[in-house]
Design a protein around this ligand. Structure first.
Ligand SMILES: Nc1ncnc2c1ncn2[C@@H]1O[C@H](COP(=O)(O)OP(=O)(O)O)[C@@H](O)[C@H]1O
Ligand SMILES: [Mg+2]
Length: 225
């Protein structure tokens, strides 16, 4: 079933966190496989911290020689396959992107993030040319301030939104999202008296998952019959 990957050349942009947030939300209603294709294996580290929900499985990619088989096998058994990538251009990344129905490009509200996102989108267009197909991609603003944006942040945000496909949902900077890495498991496992804003984070995650499903639907409808 559909393959969603998270890619951007910027380290710390939010790829791994957003993959976890999407995977742990979608698995509430469907079988999901999360593939860690980053040798740093942060997703795997998260997955070992606490028991996983029943409909979610996590696997560590064995690398570029295996990734295509791993994705094919995951596709056959899950409704959604999510791949977390490393932040550098590699053959592994190129193989994953080629298999993706949607590439999510996470970025913050800073100029450096915008430059990296634009560079990543250009790379995706180039990969698409080589494959003779468009690789559907969308920018996801994440780690953005929960409070009102500054004028500069707003300008960067608008510049991106005016130019490229962008999620309307933003994954704000939330303690519950960063806490996922420390405690493992899902947002629903968190005690709202322990971690502030868990319910808002769950709502935010659900809106992100719903918009991802809409995007995949849009991609499917745009495909030639
Ligand atoms: N929406 C968010 N809210 C709070 N912290 C976040 C959010 N997204 C990412 N982070 C934090 O930012 C850091 C980098 O995020 P990560 O997902 O590991 O980026 P990447 O995988 O792109 O390198 C981590 O410490 C993570 O906890
Ligand atoms: Mg990462």
């Amino acid at each position: 079933m559909p393959v969603i990957s998270f890619a951007t050349s910027k380290g710390g942009a939010g790829k791994t966190s957003s993959s976890i947030i999407l995977g742990t939300t979608l698995c509430e209603g469907a079988d999901v496989v999360l593939i860690d294709a980053d040798p740093a294996a942060r997703l795997i580290r998260w997955s070992k911290r606490a028991p996983l929900p029943p409909r979610l499985s996590v696997l560590q990619s064995r690398g570029e020689k295996h990734i295509q088989d791993e994705i094919a096998e995951a596709r056959a058994r899950a409704a959604f396959v999510i791949v977390d990538l490393e932040g550098t251009a590699s053959r592994l990344n190129a193989f994953v992107v080629a298999e993706s129905d949607l590439v999510v490009v996470p970025m913050g509200d800073e100029q450096q993030d915008a430059d990296d996102a634009i560079e990543t989108l250009a790379m995706l267009r180039q990969e698409g040319r080589a494959l003779r197909r468009d690789i559907p991609a969308a920018v996801l603003f994440c780690r953005t301030k929960a409070a009102v944006k500054s004028r500069l942040e707003r300008a960067i945000n608008e510049q991106i939104r005016g130019g490229v496909a962008t999620y309307s949902v933003e994954l704000k900077t939330r303690t519950a999202f960063s806490a996922l890495h420390n405690v493992g498991g899902t947002l629903r496992d968190m005690d709202p008296t322990d971690v502030s804003g868990v319910n808002k984070a769950i709502e935010n995650a659900q809106a992100f998952a719903a918009e991802t499903i809409d995007m995949l639907e849009g991609v499917r409808n745009a495909e030639p019959a």
